[in-house]
Write a protein that binds this ligand. Structure first.
Ligand SMILES: NC(=O)c1ccc[n+]([C@@H]2O[C@H](COP(=O)([O-])OP(=O)(O)OC[C@H]3O[C@@H](n4cnc5c(N)ncnc54)[C@H](O)[C@@H]3O)[C@@H](O)[C@H]2O)c1
Length: 360
């Protein structure tokens, strides 16, 4: 008698879970077993993500990274210039995200309709000698205008603000959302990920570690002394003598200026920021898709210190911030850095809030 033949049929469907269906049937007197395996592939969803400021130094590479992700179904690119070209260019890439370009204020509402995540790198960058706060006058208006459009068109979206000064643009965004009665503090993020990325890279370099395995939480805000790396909480655990720790902390705080100087008038960090912005957006999307244990630091509405807004590690979930993980145990050195940052942060927050209160 012929031995039983087992036919295995593999069906590849993009799903989160793997399941296995088994059935037997008899054909011409012989029992056959059919095994269907539904094999999981990387998670994806159909998120619609908007990039506002998509033609800029950050906007273009950020849009490229988002276009390359299976997490993005639709990519909506808005800017006041050049978006038709950027969108046409990206749309030729053989990935599934459908790309549409929108240009000018008349097309802003259309760009935002139905968006799940809005990332905002619109605004002017620093030139040598400028602080992030020097950008306030120009960028405050840009961010307030864009936040206004988000409030009207996709109030439920996760809002990720890259535009500087982040310490003020988050209070601005929050106040604009409040004006429309749609403010959800769990969904408004100041993207500080570049500070974490830099801290990881610098610590790995000094200790000869694989940077992909290093994680240094960075708390506080996103400007100068308000950037507070928590080297004592780094994983893997690392230790530095006091003088090296001070120099490393100062380098992380001034890393943006290091790039501004090196670019000599041609702008600030764009490629590393695009990487960091994409990393943060993917974490938000992963968490929205139900992935457990997604933690990122971001500058958000906070009760952790006396500042209304403060960056700490956050557990992200389907609806944005699920839990603020707080500052954790600080070394005496880090406690001093926090104490030193509070005054400047409070000032930047008030400046943002006052700007919206005085807006016509
Ligand atoms: N959060 C961070 O860690 C971080 C890091 C680096 C830079 N930044 C900030 O990101 C911002 C952008 O930097 P960049 O280097 O891409 O600048 P860029 O000048 O190269 O690009 C800015 C883009 O914004 C567009 N824009 C201006 N006004 C707009 C509006 N009203 N609506 C839509 N788009 C508008 C411009 O046309 C331009 O394409 C700056 O404010 C910079 O300081 C933040």
């Amino acid at each position: 008698m012929r031995s039983n033949v087992i036919y295995r049929i593999f069906i590849f469907i993009r799903l989160f879970s793997t399941c296995r269906l088994q059935c037997f049937y008899v054909c011409r007197g012989q029992p056959y077993e059919i095994v269907c395996e539904i094999v999981s592939s990387p998670p994806q969803n159909n998120a619609k993500v908007a990039v506002l400021g998509a033609s800029g130094g950050i906007g273009q590479p950020l849009s490229l990274l988002l276009k390359n992700s299976p997490l993005v179904g639709e990519l909506s690119l808005f800017d006041i210039a050049h978006t038709p070209g950027v969108a046409a260019d990206l749309s030729h890439i053989e990935t599934r995200a459908h790309v549409t370009g929108y240009m000018g204020p008349d097309q802003l509402d259309a760009a935002l309709k139905g968006c799940n995540v809005v990332v905002i790198p619109a605004g002017v960058p620093r030139k040598p000698g400028m602080t992030r706060d020097d950008l306030f006058n120009t960028n405050a208006t840009i961010v307030a205008t864009l936040a206004d459009a988000v409030a009207r068109n996709c109030p439920e979206a996760m809002i990720c603000i890259i535009a500087n000064p982040v310490n003020s643009t988050i209070p601005i965004t929050s106040e604009v959302m409040k004006k429309y009665g749609v403010y959800n503090p769990n969904r408004v993020f100041g993207v500080t990920t570049l500070d974490i990325v830099r801290a990881n890279a610098f610590v790995a370099e000094l200790k000869g570690l694989d940077p992909a395995r290093v994680n240094v939480p960075v708390i506080g805000g996103h400007a100068g002394k308000t950037i507070i790396p928590l080297i004592s909480q780094a994983t893997p655990k690392v230790e530095f003598p006091a003088d090296q720790l001070s120099a490393l902390t100062a380098r992380i705080q001034d890393a943006g200026t290091e790039v501004v100087k090196a670019k000599a008038g041609a702008g600030s960090a764009t490629l590393s920021m695009a990487y960091a912005g994409a990393r943060f957006t993917f974490s938000v999307l992963d968490a929205m898709n139900g992935k457990d244990g997604v933690v990122e630091c971001a500058y958000v509405r906070s009760e952790e210190t006396e500042c209304k807004y403060f960056s700490t590690p956050l557990l992200l979930g389907k609806h944005g911030i699920e839990k603020n993980l707080g500052l954790g145990k600080l070394s005496a050195f880090e406690e001093n850095l926090v104490a030193d940052a509070i005054g400047e942060l409070k000032g930047s927050i008030k400046k943002g809030e006052d700007f919206v209160a005085n807006m016509k």
